[in-house]
Design a protein around this ligand. Structure first.
Ligand SMILES: Cc1cc2nc3c(=O)[nH]c(=O)nc-3n(C[C@H](O)[C@H](O)[C@H](O)COP(=O)(O)OP(=O)(O)OC[C@H]3O[C@@H](n4cnc5c(N)ncnc54)[C@H](O)[C@@H]3O)c2cc1C
Length: 303
């Protein structure tokens, strides 16, 4: 590659909206992270496919970001390209056979509301997860007994080729899908839902919203549950038992409300969060013999 990342991308995709040196703190729910060298905002799945293929061919390191609700970005920022799908790559369409086809940058909340409006059940669990369809497919996001894999029929993705995968080919597991390893860009997903009772769907969404509000520190910046669920027990329970609720390093703090969350109590840096993470991991290993692994994606574009 010769020339800057921005110039190369604009040459290959002249129509795309691009910004340079964009603070990632503005594009993550943790409100942490230095500047991305270049950020593009594809307006639909076709443009998303084209720009990710162009970056791949030009060997430009790139990161697809949905709502940035599961990301920890370095303080030094990201050299390379960020492809931001939320909210522009966000079309949602209903089919006649009770399915929803949502582009990867559609928020889960909006997708779940589209299901509700159409009297369809199956996406209630996803309503309160603050991510996009693409991020949720990549992570097989789940909550309150529901998981993306329970509703997925097809996922379209762009690697070096365009491909459509059926459920069995997505290799969904706990917070895992094939797209983690394949590094393909998720373009859209088709969810199979069931006809349901609108009032019941709405009541379930409200119930889950209330449970979330009561238990999670939604009023503070975070990236959700910081650690994956270990083989036995819950990360938050071990952290609380170890007396680490409220433990802080700089601006990063184990939430006082839910010990499974790390929050940015103001001015937290990525290195604050990493130091806090290491100290929590060490103490939990020492006291309980349990190894906590981060669920949050710690981004390094040079990897
Ligand atoms: C308050 C709060 C509560 C949360 N509760 C839950 C919960 O109950 N359950 C749960 O599972 N998660 C939860 N999360 C975490 C997060 O919302 C989910 O993991 C969500 O699915 C991430 O979606 P996103 O669009 O924000 O992804 P991002 O954070 O933008 O990205 C996450 C990963 O997906 C990749 N990615 C994003 N879009 C694409 C794409 N189109 N193609 C390929 N890769 C892509 C990124 O490169 C990155 O590796 C919570 C987070 C917060 C802040």
């Amino acid at each position: 590659m010769t020339g800057s990342v921005a110039d190369t991308i604009l040459k290959l995709c002249p129509e795309i909206r691009l910004e340079r040196e964009v603070s990632m703190a503005e594009h993550t729910t943790f409100r942490i992270g230095g500047p991305a060298e270049a950020m593009v905002f594809p307006k639909n799945a076709q443009e998303l496919a084209a720009v990710s293929l162009a970056a791949r061919k030009a060997e430009i390191p790139f990161l697809v970001v949905g709502n940035g609700s599961n990301l920890l970005v370095p303080d030094a920022g990201l050299r390379g390209l960020v492809i931001r799908t939320y909210p522009d790559t966000g079309a949602i369409r209903l089919t006649e056979d009770h399915c929803i086809i949502a582009e990867s940058g559609a928020s889960l909340a909006k997708t779940a509301v589209a299901a509700l409006d159409a009297g369809l059940t199956g996406l209630e669990f996803a309503h309160g997860i603050p991510g996009t369809v693409g991020g949720a497919v990549l992570m097989n996001a789940g909550a309150y007994g529901g998981e993306i894999k329970h509703v997925t029929e097809t996922v379209a993705a762009q690697g070096t080729e365009y491909a459509e995968y059926g459920l069995a080919e997505c290799d969904f597991g706990y917070r895992h899908s094939r797209f983690e390893e394949s590094k393909e860009t998720v373009l859209w997903a088709k969810f199979r839902l069931q006809p349901g009772d609108k009032a019941a769907v709405s009541a379930r969404m409200e119930e889950l919203k209330a449970r979330r509000r009561a238990s999670q520190p939604l009023e503070m910046p975070s990236a959700g549950s910081f650690f994956k669920r270990p083989m036995v027990g819950y990360a938050g329970a071990y952290i609380e038992q170890a007396g680490l609720k409220g433990f802080a390093v700089g601006g990063a703090q184990v939430s006082e409300k839910h010990a499974g969350f790390v929050v940015n109590r103001g001015g937290a840096t990525c290195s604050d969060v990493l130091r806090l993470m290491e100290q929590v991991q060490e103490k939990i290993l020492r006291e309980f013999g349990v190894e906590l692994m981060p669920e949050v994606r710690i981004i390094n574009l040079e990897e």
